[in-house]
Design a protein around this ligand. Sequence first.
Ligand code: COA
Ligand code: AMP
Length: 632
Amino acid sequence: MGAFDALHNRSLTDPEGFWAEAAGAITWTRRWDAVLDASNPPFVRWFSGAELNTAYNALDRHVEAGRGDQAALIYESPVTGRSEVISFRALTDRVARLAGALRALGVEKGDRVIVYMPMVPQAVEAMLACARLGAVHSVVFGGFAPNELATRIDDAKPKAVLSASCGIEPGRTVAYKPMLDLAIAQARHKPSACVILQRPERSCDLTAGRDHDWGDVTARAAPVEPVPVAATDPLYILYTSGTTGQPKGIVRDNGGHAVALAWTMRDFYGMRPGEVFWTASDVGWVVGHSYIVYAPLIYGCSSVLFEGKPVGTPDAGVYWRVIRDHGVAALFTAPTAFRAIRKEDPDGRLIGRYDIKSLRALFLAGERSDPETINWAVDKLAIPVVDHWWQTETGWVIAGNPLGVERFPLKPGSATRPMCGWDIKALDANGQEVPRGDVGALVAKLPMPPGTFPTLWRAPDRYRQAYFTEFPGYYKTGDAGYVDEDGYVHVMTRVDDVINVAGHRLSTGAIEEVLAGHPDVAECAVIGVADPLKGMLPLGFLVLKAGVDRPEAEIAAEVVQRVRDRIGPVAAFKTAVVVDRLPKTRSGKILRGTMKKIADAEPAKTPATIDDPAILDEVAEALQRVGYARAG
Ligand code: COA
Ligand code: AMP
């Protein structure tokens, strides 16, 4: 048995021994009573009885251990031309002061705080300041519209919101403050305080009595000490798309999270404390939570915080420049970023302009890595390229190539092997395991390892119903795929209406709700169509109300704007077509899968249950009008 197989076996046969050992990497203020409490399935508690502070583990303890002068955050902002290195000592001090400012505004252990910020160091400080106080942060990605922010405010009921005057997208500033004001006006719950970072690129007015200037409150604040919390207390809530417009509040605990992330840094990513880790994502996504903020800092690595894009800021060489300038050892990003770079620089000429020999490995996740992208990266970088599969729910890798333990041969298109703690199977509709190589619903045998999601925020029934009911004894990942004869996991597609656009997770159901609200729309359907850059793009079909005879282009433009206003630019919803009818089964179910195949010009069998096959020709004709459904 190889080194990894032995480790993986142990993690499944003796999970308590395995994770108790991994917990040695964390500093606790009280030891646990039980490593694993699985007495109330599917709700599982790791390290119950233990206490710790996650921010202390990410900051102070490294200063105490002599890493005070080491870079904790390396801020690289090609969109503003700024660059800043913040040591562990300085970051600890800034976080302690911000925590003091929050406490002065009434935020205490257990209170929620929403963070709606661009990719600036203060966003990381905001998260860690909450963790220091034992408050629960909920970061909302800046590309979401006020409506989405309002939904999250109403669900999380934050005492305070931390935000900034603006974000910066290539060629424009994005005014955050008016969006925040609109969201608070729209929300039923009203936070009592907002702390606003004024950025020089665009400042904003503050609302008297509610808003506070970031610089002022932190200058006045007394630093606070880390507050010990229970290992099972929530560290954060991160909302993600579900099957309806109501996002799911994924809860992460403190103890299991710290243990699992520290374990991944060594055994999965193969990092050593003191090295530079760079995750090119956004703190608004789970990848950013885990691998820009918590994992690298808890483990004692320096983390790069990048405010820019893989191309156009200023060019497709910016990744290589940052790697060279800071001696980055591992880069983690989404395949779409590499597709963007490859499109601009197909021969990889810009790579050759920089000395990037510090880079040992590339990690890709967030969407399926297409073999062409993997092969291009392997060819141009000549380092191990790792596709790894995970989800907001799991918080860390489910399947991948564990470079820190053993490197398995690459199979482009596969995420390699289930990681420690994960027992992955492909099941048929009756819950029976399908033969190796056959596609089924991908599930994980319970209990899930530490660091995943113990519940959904104030929605335990939805937690049980959405993830644990269909296949008793298993966590339903929502992905379909297969496990091959070598035990490699191949993740092929979602089984629900979640789509992945440029590595961002969206719900077609949520977009449909927005389209359905247009006064001229009687019925609609949204599908994810293949896109060479973003992996997928959403596309809407509209059936208009009787008597509406306005031009299609006019209505399409209105619904596009509506999605931008209600969900946000991140949805990248740019195309809608009008059809007379939607193809449905005789029982009335919309045949979205068949529509997607037509759009992608894939062979589509006419489903036997279809109500009227002629509608498929109408669908193809409508798609052709907007450039889809053409083979070749
Ligand atoms: N605040 C406000 N608006 C934002 C935003 C933010 N934080 N992030 C993105 N947007 C806007 C963009 O400006 C764009 O608006 P537009 O329609 O007016 O052009 C829209 O949302 C879509 O953004 P994005 O997905 O970034 O697409 P893009 O076309 O600007 O760039 C890529 C394409 C491939 C370069 C980009 O998607 C990318 O870098 N992807 C990396 C993937 C990634 O980080 N995934 C995270 C999970 S690991
Ligand atoms: P998110 O919750 O935003 O991280 O999105 C999770 C979803 O992205 C998963 O359920 C998958 O559908 C998809 N995904 C993430 N990583 C991979 C991968 N390496 N291969 C295939 N799909 C992936």
